[in-house]
Design a protein around this ligand. Structure first.
Ligand SMILES: [Zn+2]
Length: 128
């Protein structure tokens, strides 16, 4: 489940009114319980983090927004989008934060289905 994208829906000069954004409690890293950090990076070269500015040019900027663990570097799912304005930037950041926060047990049934067959054991056969 992902949030809706604003790709193609950009309307220059029609910025959303500034309003207090709802705060999201980011859960700790699932691997080391470390503190999460939200980041927006360039999708293409030159890679690297992107800082919020008023405008990102007429053609926009391809970015990935996601949360990573400050301690072990684990990364959450990436929200890929094209940003044109600071509002787009903030929206992308929030989408990345939501993806990290909405981690769920949606694939647990696959894990459980493999348990009777020993698929979750290592090595898969005893005595090897
Ligand atoms: Zn971690």
């Amino acid at each position: 489940m992902t949030t809706t994208s604003t790709q193609g829906a950009h309307t220059p000069g029609n910025e959303a009114p500034t309003q207090a954004a709802e705060q999201i409690t980011l859960p700790p890293c699932p691997f080391c319980e470390g503190p999460p950090a939200v980041i927006v990076t360039r999708t293409f070269e030159p890679f690297g983090s992107v800082e919020p500015t008023e405008h990102f040019g007429c053609t926009g900027l391809d970015v990935d927004a996601y949360v990573f663990c400050h301690e072990c570097g684990a990364e959450g799912p990436k929200h890929e989008t094209v940003i044109f304005t600071q509002a787009d930037y903030l929206e992308a950041e929030r989408a990345g934060a939501v993806l990290w926060t909405e981690r769920s047990a949606k694939h647990r049934h696959l894990y459980d289905a493999g348990s009777p067959e020993g698929l979750n054991l290592y090595p898969q056969e005893a005595g090897q």
